[in-house]
Design a protein around this ligand. Structure first.
Ligand code: NAD
Length: 491
């Protein structure tokens, strides 16, 4: 059995239960193996969770299969009511969840609070969508009737990353529940705590046992077992490209459809006519929010050559003024998620210097403990450099100048990713022209990180094939059945 103790001074650090959460209750792992969960702000262990494997995943899928049979026959309006009740539970626990998320990820408390508010928004939004899922009739002539029915896939799998743990979970679980499915969730091993608490809230909201099951553990063990399980009707994977490939390979065995939401190297394109002060603020938020650990972080600045120097100066000044500290103190920037990840980010910074790029500004001192990393801005970057092409997932900005629109689009498309693209200009014709030209799934004009729950989000290329948020996301959890009938003529 594995324990989830609370330690330290902050309240509500970990759920009170133990083990996985299967069939509506805490469930011991089938063996005693556990994983330590760290607070990245201090490096100290705050909890232990079960290290699940294929046996635990099998139990969770079995429980979800039972629940799915029941859920598929619920009336759409009842699905909406149930999700609204869950939204109310999450809303009622929002401060507890925010503290837990901050302790688990190191995220500034305000950011955790806004992500938990976003979770409530996902649940509310898809509650409203639950009774608006409709099929079509297809005209075949007087002797026939053809129509489509959109049915739940049954058991949905959700493999979740550590960068926005509960937010990513709710982004896919909410539409899965709205469409009458059950779920098995494998949170990231670094950040499993809010998922476990969420499972308790699902039970409290009155859902049947097995509706949402959480199996904690390592990706190569529990995650792989979920991707390879024959009982999964649809799998949503949010994470890195390398893991995405492994998940797709494992899912291929049973032809399980996979929603892939992967990484990015998103550009912010700035023209000379933009309001440079406003843009500087947006660029800094774009590459440092969540310490650069967002898939759509604006990690490349593509700037019109005449304003490059002035904009970089403003960006570096703003970045230097950001406070850095433990998430619980609510600074501008918390730590990176782990020592290993800080090592990866530092390696990229070293690589940038070795490739000939130039770090602008001098980083200030960092807190002594925890996995902190100063914002770093590179100029003299060329498109072939690794820091210009690869996802770093830390607060590192690569600046590249362009001379005209064609040059800006060519630079924007010079990576294998295609997630977000920011465009900053007062010229609306130019903004829309570029929006239509760039290879990206999500374009933001004059507002980086603009959008919200109702707006579809996803990428092209290595950023994945999925579309989440908005009504389009419902399709990932539905299968389309066509019914064709011959109508006998009246005799
Ligand atoms: P990761 O790929 O290391 O892990 C993601 C999840 O996959 C974790 O739960 C992990 O345990 C699991 N996993 C690892 N190996 C596995 C395997 N062999 N089989 C099955 N599951 C396995 O990603 P991460 O480091 O947690 O997250 C960061 C990445 O996620 C970044 O690349 C980021 O861009 C991406 N991301 C994308 C989006 C999006 O919407 N496109 C959103 C958030 C994060």
């Amino acid at each position: 059995m594995s324990a989830v103790p609370s330690t330290g001074n902050a309240p509500a650090l970990a759920p009170a239960g133990a083990g996985h959460h299967i069939a509506g209750e805490w469930a011991d792992g089938h063996d005693d193996r556990t994983l330590a969960v760290e607070d990245p702000s201090t490096g100290s262990t705050v909890a232990h969770v079960a290290r699940g494997d294929a046996t635990d995943v099998g139990r969770a899928v079995a429980a979800a299969t039972v629940a799915a049979r029941r859920l598929r026959s619920t009336a759409p309006a009842d699905r909406g009511r149930a999700l609204r009740a869950l939204a109310a539970e999450v809303d009622g626990a929002r401060e507890e969840l925010a503290l837990l998320e901050t302790r688990d990820t190191g995220k500034p408390l305000s950011l955790s609070r806004s992500e938990i508010a976003g979770c409530v928004a996902y649940l509310d939004y898809y509650a409203g969508a639950a009774d608006k899922v409709q099929g079509e009739t297809i005209p075949l002539g007087p002797g026939s009737l053809a129509y489509t029915v959109r049915e739940p896939v049954g058991v949905t799998g959700h493999i979740v990353p550590w960068n926005a743990p509960l937010s990513m979970l709710c982004r896919s679980v909410a539409p899965a529940l709205a469409t009458g499915n059950a779920a098995v969730v494998k949170p990231a091993e670094q950040t499993p705590l809010t998922a476990l608490r969420f499972a308790e809230l699902v039970t409290a909201a009155g859902y049947p046992p097995g509706t949402v099951n959480v199996v904690t553990g390592l990706g190569a063990e529990a995650g792989h077992a979920l991707a390879a399980h024959p009982g999964i009707g649809s799998l949503t994977f949010t994470g890195s490209v390398a893991t995405g490939r492994a998940v797709l390979r494992a899912a291929a065995e049973h032809i399980t459809p996979v929603v892939t939401e992967l990484g990015g190297k998103s550009p912010q394109i700035v023209f000379a006519d933009a309001d440079l002060d406003d843009v500087a603020a947006q660029v800094v938020t774009g590459f440092t929010a969540n310490t650069g650990q967002y898939c759509d972080a604006g990690s490349r600045l593509l700037v019109a050559r005449p304003v490059q120097a002035e904009l970089v100066e403003r960006i570096v000044a703003r970045a230097a003024a950001l406070s850095i500290g433990p998430g619980i103190d609510d600074p501008d920037l918390g730590p990176l998620v782990s020592a290993a990840h800080r090592g990866r980010v530092q390696d990229y910074v070293d690589t940038g210097v070795a490739e000939g790029a130039v770090v602008v500004g001098t980083p200030g001192p960092l807190p002594p403990d925890g996995y902190f990393c100063a914002p770093t801005t590179f100029t003299d970057v060329t498109p072939d450099m690794r820091i210009a092409r690869e996802e770093i997932f830390g607060p590192v900005l690569a600046v590249l100048p362009f001379d005209d629109e064609d040059g800006a689009v060519a630079l924007a498309d010079a990576t294998d990713y295609g997630l977000g693209t920011g465009i900053h200009t007062r010229d609306v014709d130019r903004a829309l022209r570029i929006a239509h030209r760039v290879d990206a799934g999500y374009v933001m004009i004059n507002e980086y990180f603009g959008g919200g729950t109702a707006v579809p989000f996803g990428g092209t290329g290595l950023s994945g094939t999925g579309r989440e948020r908005g009504l389009v996301a419902l399709d990932s959890y539905l299968t389309l059945k066509t019914v064709v009938a011959r109508i006998a003529p009246t005799s």
